[in-house]
Design a protein around this ligand. Structure first.
Ligand SMILES: Nc1ncnc2c1ncn2[C@@H]1O[C@H](COP(=O)(O)OP(=O)(O)O)[C@@H](O)[C@H]1O
Ligand SMILES: O=P(O)(O)OC[C@H]1O[C@](O)(COP(=O)(O)O)[C@@H](O)[C@@H]1O
Length: 317
């Protein structure tokens, strides 16, 4: 079985600070603090490893000065570590968890040299084989060309890999404007609004914007909508998937868990409904605690069975 490869060029140690409430401009006394090795591709690798049965490779960059939490995570979960070590420290992103909501403060990250990017690119292309599922995830660190994901998508597709992209802003827009778009993207509402260049206040406007992206050659657009669930749109189907809204211990990594569920569905040869069920179940299962970890498989499978699916448009009942 060919491994799933995740790429994280801008990893992060997530510092989750638990507050009773957030009121800007005042002094807060925190209830607790916890640190987790994260960043989008790292989180996806972590959730896939918990799910089990799929070999996972984590590629990307790590600051040598504070690599220990990442090395521990990879060793603990038997994730193959193909991350290149570079001088300096991986960023620490601050996550304020308060009353079921999270406020994220994401830092720019390491300044990266062109030589490091070239080395990671070569390692990634060397790992990819025909049929590989490759996830390119997260922001790009300072100094990296905004067209990198567009170029990597094309190079990986030329090797027969299936590329998923979970990013935002210009790197995402550039990848969608390129001649070879990714097979799947998973924007949240804000990211889709930025792509569409307009507000998307309701289900109809979200669906139309997602369909617009299919026109650019993307096969699957999954739009995550927080507690409102997610929309999964392909050329044939459009469906809404959700579990009842939960009070989250931390929403950090919920989107990444959803991407991991989508990949697990693809790996299992599921159709769009199975992919939507697993994506939604992984996300809900992650919400119960900070950190990108899943509970045992039976719990996630039970959640997948409970996901409420509503078909919209041509295939609606
Ligand atoms: N409060 C919640 N209750 C139930 N499900 C949730 C909640 N928050 C997030 N989710 C699930 O997690 C998915 C991803 O969350 P979202 O916040 O949209 O992603 P991102 O972290 O990328 O912004 C959602 O589509 C939904 O399935
Ligand atoms: O690469 P970016 O866009 O700066 O985001 C990095 C942050 O996103 C996370 O991967 C969480 O992402 P999601 O909440 O979207 O799943 C954190 O671990 C990390 O701090």
């Amino acid at each position: 079985m060919s491994p799933v490869i995740t790429l994280t060029l801008n990893p992060a140690i997530d510092e989750t600070i638990l507050l009773d409430r957030l009121s800007p401009g005042t002094v807060h006394r925190a209830r607790s603090v916890a640190f987790h090795a994260g960043g989008k591709g790292v989180n996806v690798a972590s959730c896939l490893a918990d799910w089990g049965g799929i070999p996972v490779i984590a590629a990307g960059l790590l600051g040598r000065a504070n690599e220990a939490p990442f090395a521990r995570l990879f060793a603990l979960k038997a994730i193959r570590d193909e991350c290149l070590r570079v001088p300096g420290e991986t960023r620490t992103n601050v996550k304020l968890a308060h009353a079921g909501e999270t406020t994220d403060i994401n830092l720019p990250g390491l300044e990266v040299t062109a030589e490091s990017v070239r080395a990671v690119r070569e390692r990634l292309l060397g790992l990819a084989a025909p049929g590989s599922v490759v996830l390119l995830a997260g922001s790009l660190p300072a100094g990296v060309d905004e067209g990198l994901y567009a170029e990597l998508t094309a190079s990986l597709a030329a090797r027969g890999a299936r590329v998923l992209l979970d990013s935002s802003g210009p790197p995402l827009a550039r990848a969608l404007a390129g001649g070879t778009p990714p097979w799947c993207i998973k924007p949240n509402r804000a990211e889709l609004e930025a792509l569409a260049g307009r507000r998307l206040p309701d289900a109809v406007t979200v669906r139309d914007a997602a369909r617009g992206l299919l026109g650019r050659g993307v096969a699957l657009v999954a739009v995550s909508l927080g507690a409102e669930g997610a929309l999964f749109v392909t050329g044939e189907d459009c469906l809404h998937a959700a579990l009842p809204p939960m009070r989250a211990a931390s929403t950090v990594g919920a989107g990444d868990a959803m991407v991991a569920g989508i990949i697990a569905g693809i790996h299992a040869g599921e159709g769009i409904e199975g992919i939507a069920r697993l994506g939604t179940a992984f996300a809900a299962a992650k919400l119960r605690a900070p950190g990108a970890n899943l509970p045992e498989r039976a719990v996630v499978e039970a959640l997948a069975g409970a996901v409420i699916i509503q078909y919209e448009g041509v295939n609606a009942a």
